[in-house]
Write a protein that binds this ligand. Structure first.
Ligand SMILES: CC(C)(COP(=O)(O)OP(=O)(O)OC[C@H]1O[C@@H](n2cnc3c(N)ncnc32)[C@H](O)[C@@H]1OP(=O)(O)O)[C@@H](O)C(=O)NCCC(=O)NCCS
Length: 366
C-alpha cells in the first residue's frame, strides 16, 4: 500500500494540452427582463419597478448581460462544439483519448420542455458526434454542481497518475436557460455555454497539477441549491420544477468555506497565496468572488491583493455553471480576455463552489 503511494507520488501531475469553448451567440442584456413579472418565495409580487429590480440586480451581482443557446441547441450540442475546438487546437488523434468526462447537471433539455434527458449519457452522445471508434475511450457524465468540470480534471489527473490513461477530454456544458423560473429574480444570474480541456500525461516534469482539495457539505447545506416550483402564485399544480437557491445563505456559506478549501489546497502544494499568479474562480456573483478573495488573503494576514489577479467574465457571460472556468481558461490561453495572460511558469489557482454543496480548489503550474 505504502509502496503504491510512493510510486504514485513520483508521477507528475497531468498537464493541460489544449482547450476549447463555445459561447452561444444570443446575447441577453438585463433590459430583456424589464417585462418579467417577478414574485417572492411566498408568491407575492416583488413590489418594485422593473427598472429598479434590474438596477439592483446589476449592483449586487455585477452582471450586465448573459448568453443563451438557440432553440435548436442542447447541452450536448454545445459540449460537442467546445470538445471539437479543443481537439482541433491540440492536433492530436481523437482515437488516442482514454476518457471523455462530461460535467453537467441537467442533461439535455429540449426548448420549452423542462424535462431532463440523460440516456444515453451526454458523454456518449458527444463521443458519438465526434465519431470516435475506439471502445477503450471511456465516456461518462459527472453531475457535481458547478464544481463538476474542475472535479472532472481532478478525476482525470488520478487516471493519468495511476498510469491507466494518457489523454482525457474534460467538458463542462450547461444550458441553464432551460431550467430557470422566469418569475424568480435570481434566474437573471444564469446563462448557457460550454468549455473543454484536454489533459495529458506530462512528457517532462515541471508544469502540471500540483495539488487539489475537494469537500462536500451535505449535512446543513445540501438544500441551499435545489429544484423547486415556480414562484408564480398559480404554479401549485405545475409539474415543472426549476433551479432554486437560498441566495443569501449560499453567499455566506461560500464566503466562509471557499477560502478554507483554497488554503487547504495551497497547503498541500506547500505554497503561499503570494506564490499565485492568477485565480480562476467560478463566477456566480462578482461581489461574492471579490469578497472570497479578500477573505483568502486575510487567512494569510495579507492586506494587499495584487491587481489583475482574478480575471472576470461574469459581467458579460453571467453564471454558466460547469462551463465558466473552462471558458475562462480558454479565453485567456487564446489572448481573448483583455489584459489577462498566463505565462510559462505561472502558478494558477482554480476554485469552484456549487450544488451539493461541493467546493473544490486546484493548484496548477503552467
Ligand atoms: C442571490 C444574490 C444575488 C442576492 O444578493 P444579496 O445581496 O444576498 O441579496 P439580499 O437578499 O441580501 O437582498 C439585498 C437587496 O437585493 C434585492 N435582491 C435580492 N435578490 C435580487 C435579485 N436576484 N435581483 C434583484 N434584486 C435582488 C433585495 O430585494 C434587497 O433589496 P433592498 O436592499 O432594496 O431591500 C446573492 O445572494 C448571491 O449571488 N448568492 C450566491 C449565488 C451563488 O453563488 N449561486 C451559486 C450558483 S452556482
Amino acid at each position: 500500500m505504502i509502496e503504491n503511494q510512493e510510486r504514485f507520488n513520483k508521477i507528475s501531475g497531468a498537464v493541460f494540452t489544449a482547450t476549447g469553448s463555445f459561447i452561444p451567440s444570443l446575447c441577453v442584456p438585463n433590459d430583456a427582463f424589464l417585462t418579467s413579472r417577478f414574485y417572492n418565495t411566498d408568491g407575492t409580487p416583488v413590489g418594485k419597478e422593473p427598472q429598479k429590480i434590474i438596477e439592483k440586480f446589476k449592483e449586487i451581482t455585477g452582471i450586465a448581460e448573459r448568453r443563451y443557446g438557440t432553440q435548436n441547441q442542447k447541452a450536448s450540442d454545445m459540449g460537442f462544439l467546445s470538445a471539437g475546438a479543443a481537439l482541433s487546437s491540440s492536433g492530436m488523434d481523437k482515437e488516442k483519448l482514454d476518457y471523455i468526462i462530461v460535467a453537467h447537471n441537467f442533461g439535455d433539455v429540449a426548448y420549452g420542455s423542462n424535462r431532463t434527458d440523460m440516456v444515453p449519457t451526454l458523454a456518449s452522445r458527444i463521443k458519438h458526434r465526434l465519431q470516435i471508434h475506439n471502445p477503450d475511450c471511456v465516456a461518462y457524465d459527472l453531475p457535481f454542481g458547478c464544481p463538476g468540470w474542475l472535479e472532472g480534471i481532478i478525476q482525470a489527473n488520478y487516471f493519468i497518475r495511476s498510469g491507466d490513461a494518457r489523454h482525457c477530454l474534460v467538458i463542462g456544458t450547461e444550458m441553464l436557460s432551460r431550467v430557470i423560473d422566469p418569475h424568480d429574480r435570481d434566474s437573471m444570474l444564469y446563462s448557457d455555454g460550454s468549455g473543454a480541456a484536454i489533459i495529458s500525461a506530462p512528457d517532462t516534469p515541471g508544469a502540471g497539477i500540483i495539488a487539489h482539495k475537494t469537500q462536500t457539505h451535505a449535512l446543513d447545506d445540501a438544500m441551499l441549491l435545489k429544484m423547486g416550483q415556480s414562484y408564480h402564485p398559480s404554479s401549485e399544480n405545475d409539474e415543472n420544477i426549476f433551479l432554486k437557491m437560498k441566495g443569501r445563505k449560499l453567499y455566506e456559506f461560500a464566503l466562509t468555506q471557499v477560502p478554507l478549501v483554497i488554503k487547504a489546497a495551497l497547503d498541500k502544494a506547500n505554497l503561499h497565496i503570494r506564490d499565485i499568479n492568477k485565480v480562476l474562480i467560478h463566477q456566480a456573483n462578482e461581489k461574492m468572488d471579490v469578497a472570497i478573495l479578500e477573505r483568502l488573503f486575510k487567512l494569510y494576514n495579507e492586506a494587499d491583493i495584487p491587481g489583475n489577479l482574478m480575471p472576470m467574465t461574469i459581467s458579460k457571460l453571467g453564471n454558466n455553471s460547469v462551463a465558466t472556468i473552462p471558458i475562462l481558461l480558454d479565453l485567456i490561453r487564446n489572448g481573448k480576455l483583455k489584459d489577462q495572460e498566463i505565462r510559462s511558469g505561472d502558478k494558477v489557482l482554480f476554485a469552484s463552489v456549487g450544488a451539493g454543496m461541493n467546493i473544490n480548489a486546484l493548484v496548477y503550474q503552467f
